[in-house]
Design a protein around this ligand. Structure first.
Ligand code: SF4
Length: 215
């Protein structure tokens, strides 16, 4: 096998674990999380520091798929790190869809891969724009995303949210207080009220898996 083919048969993996989806509009679904290794951003409060460096942690995709098949879960969440830094992302998605799984990708929205065009409409993309990226979102992520989840921290402002008026109009925006801290919950409720006054309805949803003592 050629070296490039070997590369394509692997995924750079941080971990796989089963829990519930504790965030966003798919809250409560039993889910198997595939966490890829490596992120292009560095958010100050990131709760996955071990997944950030672009370390080589290749696993055979076939082995990963076998692990998925051993679990009863119908819903697979590809998270990170940043999933769009994984070269085999589209291939992995295709293989999961072929096994009858529903697939969700949690992304910071800054990156895109041409190969994803083929499958993106079959995937539930959760975009979480980040202040450290100046709230930039790739137009193709913006097009395909089915929800936008904003972590409410010191950097999130009403002005930043109003950069997403097209998204706010569609009504699939979630405000998530950073680490469930009371001051950010209050800020989320304040932002929700200010947006409602502008005729935009958004949801405030904490990290429920943490409230339940789950991963
Ligand atoms: S984009 Fe996500 S994984 Fe990357 S640093 Fe920010 S919170 Fe962490």
């Amino acid at each position: 096998m050629l070296r490039s083919e070997v590369g394509k048969a692997t995924v750079n993996l941080n971990e796989v674990y089963a829990t519930i989806q504790g965030e966003g509009l798919l809250l409560g679904k039993p889910a198997l999380f595939i966490r890829v290794q490596g992120c292009n951003l560095r958010c100050p409060w990131c709760d996955q520091p071990s997944a950030l460096p672009f370390e080589k942690r290749p696993v055979e995709r076939e082995d990963l798929l076998q692990e998925v098949e051993r679990q009863p879960h119908k819903h697979i969440v590809i998270t990170g790190g940043e999933p769009f830094t994984e070269p085999a992302l589209a291939q992995l998605v295709k293989e999961l869809l072929a096994r009858g799984k529903s697939v969700q990708i949690e992304t910071n929205g800054t990156l895109w891969q041409e190969a994803m065009e083929e499958v993106a409409s079959q995937v539930y993309i959760t975009c979480s724009p980040k202040g450290v990226a100046g709230w930039q979102v790739h137009p193709r992520v913006r097009h395909y995303a089915r929800e936008f989840k904003f972590v409410v921290d010191d950097s999130l402002t009403l002005q930043a949210l109003l950069l997403f008026e097209d998204v706010l109009k569609k009504g699939y925006v979630v405000l998530q207080p950073e680490s469930n801290k009371p001051k950010y919950l209050q800020k989320a409720l304040d932002l929700q009220r200010e947006l409602l006054a502008l005729d935009y309805e958004v949801r405030v949803i904490p990290q429920v898996h943490k409230l339940l003592g789950l991963r």
